[in-house]
Design a protein around this ligand. Structure first.
Ligand SMILES: Cc1cc2nc3c(=O)[nH]c(=O)nc-3n(C[C@H](O)[C@H](O)[C@H](O)COP(=O)(O)O)c2cc1C
Length: 372
């Protein structure tokens, strides 16, 4: 049932035609008008005073480019390889929970759009579509994001299921030992039916008696808060798939991860949703990349909203970038078509940023274009 407020909003909402939306921020504005306030705030919000959330994009904006000229740019090749996967351009879809709250097709719509563009999607453990259904529509085998639960069997079951289905990597999120204080959620909680969490239920989790308003926090309380590098060794012992760690920022942690032969590191402050005032992934990348001679691949996320942001991350040594909320805004506005449009906007903006900086392929991009 629609609440009165939501009903009034629904009646007064006049959708904009997709052809009139030209950048990610316009999609965000449109989504804010279309979604109910608690759902929009759940996806848009961050922890504390949302300082890290705002900094994520601001850090990209502060970084300036020194473009090269007269480079004879006539064609483009945005394709590249990330952890052995051939992708059409170096944008990956970040794992995000509960996508059916935004659109009835949820992750299925996102997976289809990703597939159409030949890019990778990481599926959240808290996905509201089945792992098999998502895999079946994906042209690039997805990765599965996991947590280490206190009940290790649940984590193991999820990994086995993904591995049997042909998922190609495991992304372990390490920055959520506790559910951070998120003001917007406290003021306007979302309610979530446990029947949506089909993968967790299939992996053996019992969720029948949990209050729908407490479910997000309850799910977080099941994550083991005392995991350490020993648990990474445990993870290695239960899967032969490549492992990425998501949520590292400190150079010492990154060095330890490299020593543990982790295949990929996703530098991330969880889109500003965990430790407020934590540095941004971009700043972390600037701190570590130069002195790390490693085969470990780096992916960056948080605040990436335009082509120049992607170019800057690649110039500083990232193999790719993950995009979170912009995908949700596309999904809210027009399901699969909306997500596809958002991906296309980012692709076109990256091409333009490369063309105007003097590059016609991803492997040519280097740090000399970053103004220090
Ligand atoms: C609503 C929401 C749900 C998220 N759910 C997950 C999740 O289930 N697992 C995870 O590892 N990260 C999760 N994240 C973090 C994203 O994977 C990613 O790190 C972040 O959104 C990137 O920042 P951006 O949204 O500014 O692009 C979530 C983020 C949002 C906004």
């Amino acid at each position: 049932m629609l609440s009165v407020k939501r009903f009034i909003k629904y009646l007064s909402y006049k959708p904009k035609r997709l052809e009139t939306l030209f950048n990610v921020y316009q999609f965000e504005k449109e989504a804010s008008q279309k979604l109910s306030k608690n759902i929009f705030d759940f996806f848009a919000g961050g922890a504390g005073e949302e300082l890290s959330l705002r900094e994520n994009s601001a850090a990209f904006d502060r970084l300036k480019l020194i473009p090269r000229m007269l480079k004879g740019i006539d064609s483009f090749n945005l394709s590249t390889k990330i952890l052995g996967q051939n992708v059409s351009f170096p944008v990956l879809i970040a794992p995000m929970a509960f996508q059916r709250l935004v659109h009835k097709q949820g992750e299925m719509a996102v997976a289809k759009a990703a597939s159409q563009h030949g890019i990778n999607m990481t599926v959240s453990t808290l996905s509201t579509s089945g792992l098999k259904d998502i895999k079946d529509v994906s042209s690039i085998p997805p990765w599965l994001q996991i947590y280490i639960y206190t009940d290790r069997e649940i984590t193991k079951n999820l990994i086995n299921q993904a591995s049997n289905l042909g998922y190609e990597a495991i992304v372990l999120t390490v920055d959520t030992p506790f559910y951070a204080k998120r003001l917007r959620e406290l003021q306007n909680p979302i309610s979530l039916s446990s029947s949506l969490l089909i993968n967790l239920v299939e992996a053996g989790l019992k969720l029948d008696n949990v209050d729908p308003y407490s479910l997000p926090k309850y799910l977080s309380s099941l994550i083991s808060s005392n995991i350490s590098w020993k648990d990474i060794e445990w993870l290695r012992s239960v899967t032969t798939l490549p492992i990425l760690l998501k949520g590292l920022l400190h150079p010492d942690d990154i060095r330890i991860a490299v020593e543990h032969n982790i295949n990929g590191i996703i530098l991330s402050n969880h889109g500003g949703r965990q430790l407020d005032t934590a540095i941004t992934a971009l700043e972390s990348l600037q701190m570590v990349k130069e002195d790390l001679k490693t085969k470990t691949e780096f992916i960056v996320d948080g605040g990436i909203r335009k082509g120049t942001d992607i170019l800057k991350a690649l110039a500083l040594g990232a193999k790719g970038v993950m995009i979170g909320r912009p995908i949700i805004w596309g999904l809210a506005v027009a399901g699969e078509i909306g997500v596809s449009k958002v991906i296309n906007i980012l692709k076109e903006e990256l091409s333009m940023a490369m063309a105007l900086s003097g590059f016609n392929s991803i492997d040519q991009i280097d740090k000399d274009i970053i103004f220090k």
